[in-house]
Design a protein around this ligand. Structure first.
Ligand SMILES: [Zn+2]
Length: 228
């Protein structure tokens, strides 16, 4: 998996979203934010997510849509249930995925993050294909950008957001990143130091016990619809 100079992954389906702009001066991608989304909420495989991110969601198409149809939101990436990677915003630009947020005392996470949506909900496990694609994407991004941390939307907007939710397996994700990358990306020796660095930082908030404690306190949210 390779990125072009603008930060587009080569060979993946690209659905350009107008909901993006330039990163503020001096900002680059240092943080990966993991989300989940499904539209209609709890349903997989439809066009709703792509319609939302391109301002084409039909408010009349579902009872939950009027509340979100006018939102101007996006993410850099979506990983569908079958592992398909879709890109909406080049990584060099600022996507509008985190909303009001902060990480390590720094506000406005959109300025310095890359947003990855997993098609899913807070109530169901993610698929093997999604983990594999996410790990592959993460390695490619780490090789290109100085990603220091990987966090959930719920970590950068606690109390306001719950995604990626209790079913996202941080331990599994971390283990996949710690493994040697499968054949084709192994040649990227430059990625090695960054992967080592990322081990120390990204998952510090995702100790499984912390995740379990946080999950236990999180009230069950309804639709992913109010996500932004
Ligand atoms: Zn989110």
């Amino acid at each position: 998996m390779r990125l072009d100079p603008e930060g587009r992954v080569e060979g993946v389906r690209y659905v350009p979203s107008p909901n993006c702009d330039e990163r503020p001066g001096g900002c680059t991608a240092e943080l990966l934010v993991i989300h989940n989304i499904s539209l209609p909420p709890g349903e997989f495989g439809g066009r709703g997510i792509e319609e939302l991110f391109t301002n084409r969601l039909d408010a009349a198409a579902h009872p939950d849509y009027p509340a979100i149809a006018e939102l101007k939101v996006s993410a850099h990436f979506l990983i569908r249930r079958d592992g398909e990677l879709v890109q909406f915003v080049p990584c060099g630009k600022r996507a509008w995925h985190a909303g009001e947020s902060s990480w390590r005392g720094r506000a406005r996470c959109n300025d310095f993050s890359i947003g990855v949506e997993l098609e899913g909900t807070d109530r169901a496990p993610f698929t093997d294909a999604q983990y594999e694609r996410l790990a592959e994407l993460t390695r490619a991004l780490q090789a290109r950008y100085p990603i220091r941390d990987i966090a959930g939307h719920s970590d950068v907007a606690p109390g306001r957001k719950t995604d990626p939710g209790p079913h996202f397996d941080w331990t599994r994700y971390r283990a996949m990143l710690d493994q040697p990358p499968p054949r084709r990306t192994r040649r990227k020796t430059r990625a090695q130091p960054q992967r080592k660095q990322s081990r120390a930082g990204p998952f510090t908030t995702h100790d499984s016990r912390l995740t379990a404690a946080r999950t236990a306190k999180t009230p069950r949210r309804q639709a992913r619809a109010r996500r932004k």
